[in-house]
Write a protein that binds this ligand. Structure first.
Ligand code: ARG
Length: 474
């Protein structure tokens, strides 16, 4: 039986631009298909990683004898030249490139500088293991930047805490005045969640740092490349163990999105506190001009926009995480094109968080506390627990002490006076222990703060210990 006559591949490409495939097609993709399929506008961010990964792959092919050493050297020199060229590219250059994705673009430019040897680079490699490698390399760098930004925000909180060990303010539960704490203790309450974020990030990085290259499209590489050397040269911690899993594993993307979302939630909670505290009603802090904005209509306005954007971006981050999980849940084994969407998610989350973090750090660093307003908001009813604790120290069971002080609170409410202004007779009526009590000392908010000296409490000693412990991680 006669074979059908050979036709030239892609005689009439519908859209211009380089592709790594096409031999089995009689035409190029339709413009609509190309528009949907092309990822260069997003994955151009991976160009450095793509060049680095290709350099390592060329060396691995050379070392394995798959290509000869001159060819390996020519590929290396060509990739160096591509790197130089791309370093000089402007947005207009990128917009003019019609290539399908970053891998196609780098290989095309390599062909233009190194000649036909460029056609040997993709031996034993697929874009499936290539893109997974590039993206992980990018994420390792991104994680370092995020860690530095989280650390800087912690440093800003610590700087303020050093200044406000003696500033007393109300702490709230249910958004109701609860007990006095030092402003330093409140500041540190926002530094510790960031310490956990940094721990989570470092832990996730262990699983990002796994090399997929050498997995091919799905079944592995038929050439004897040394994947351990490859991992060393690219700076990965480990080599992926199963090629089917390696080309489709995006657990690490979801994990990083969770770490970023959690950090976003922490920033949002800090922002919410500061939005309240900077309001005229609270007036505990004044945000600097540098990190406030005005209103186009109301001349008096001073808006905490950075904080509101921090709160808003947390919603976007959570959206990226849930979107990624939804994308992954129905995928059959191996690479599927759905996975191309992973880049825009992680890039968007990274951009959002790394825009927000420096602005939040700047806001914290430059804000000023109004110590008088903070202290003024501590009313004597907030020391009711301390009054009960006085009775406990005299041997009264806590439950009984709680009831006795509750009666005093009710009496003060009835008389419309502060708890501390009740006459001593009323104190003595609810408990004889009050007969010789130093009532003034009992209603001293600073003393209440210092009394909480168990580890993790608001006393100066405990806050100093927190500061020392956290500073050691900066
Ligand atoms: N642009 C693709 C992505 O980001 C690269 C991998 C393409 N693989 C494929 N078999 N078409 O996922």
């Amino acid at each position: 039986m006669a074979l059908p006559p050979l036709v030239p591949a892609q005689t009439a490409p519908a859209v211009p631009g380089a592709r790594m495939w096409g031999g089995r097609f009689s035409s190029g993709p339709a413009p609509e298909m190309d528009r949907l399929n092309r990822s260069l506008p997003v994955d151009r961010r991976l160009w450095r990683q793509d060049v680095a990964g290709s350099r390592a792959w060329a060396a691995a092919l050379g070392a394995a004898g798959v290509i000869d050493l001159t060819e390996a050297a020519d590929l290396r020199a060509g990739l160096d030249a591509v790197e130089k060229k791309l370093e000089g590219w402007t947005d207009a250059d990128w917009a003019a490139a019609a290539d399908e994705d970053i891998h196609t673009l780098v290989e095309r430019l390599l062909g233009e500088t190194a000649g036909p040897v460029a056609g040997k680079l993709h031996t034993g490699r697929s874009r499936n293991d290539q893109v997974a490698t590039d993206f992980r390399l990018w994420a390792l760098d991104a994680a370092k930047l995020l860690d530095a930004e989280l650390r800087d925000l912690q440093a800003a909180l610590v700087e303020q805490a050093h200044k406000h060990g003696d500033t007393v303010m109300p702490a709230y539960t249910h958004m109701q005045r609860a007990q006095p704490v030092s402003a330093a203790h409140w500041l540190m309450s926002h530094a510790w969640p960031l310490a956990r974020d940094r721990e989570r990030l470092a832990d996730a990085v262990d699983r990002v740092s796994v090399l997929p290259l050498g997995s091919g499209a799905i079944a592995g590489c038929p050439f004897p490349v040394d994947r351990v050397l490859l991992k060393e040269s690219l700076g990965f911690r480990a080599v992926s163990r199963n090629s089917v899993d390696a080309v489709a594993d995006r657990d690490w993307v979801a994990e990083l999105l969770f770490v970023m979302s959690m950090a976003g939630v922490h920033l949002s909670r800090l922002a919410e506190d500061l939005i309240l505290f900077a309001s005229s009603e609270f007036g505990f802090v004044r945000l600097s001009d540098q990190f406030s904005t005005g209103s186009s209509l109301m001349p008096q306005k001073r808006n905490p926009d950075a904080m509101e954007l921090a709160r808003g971006k947390a919603g976007r981050l959570i959206g990226e995480l849930t979107g990624m999980l939804a994308l992954l849940k129905g995928l059959p084994s191996g690479y599927n094109k759905d996975l191309q969407e992973d880049k825009s998610s992680l890039f968007a989350a990274f951009d959002a968080l790394s825009d927000v973090l420096p602005a939040v750090a700047g806001t914290v660093r430059t804000m000023e506390f109004d110590a008088a307003r903070c202290a003024g908001a501590v009313d004597s009813a907030m020391l009711a627990t301390d009054v009960a604790d006085f009775l406990v120290r005299r041997g009264v069971p806590f439950r009984e002490a709680h009831g006795a002080v509750g009666k005093l609170v009710r009496a003060a409410e009835g008389l419309g006076c502060p708890l501390s202004a009740l006459p001593r007779e009323l104190f003595v009526q609810v408990s004889g222990e009050f007969a010789d009590a130093d009532l003034d000392a009992m209603f001293d908010a600073k003393a209440s703060v210092q009394a909480r000296a168990a580890a993790g409490g608001t006393s100066s000693a405990s806050v100093q210990a927190q500061l020392a412990e956290l500073t050691a991680t900066l």
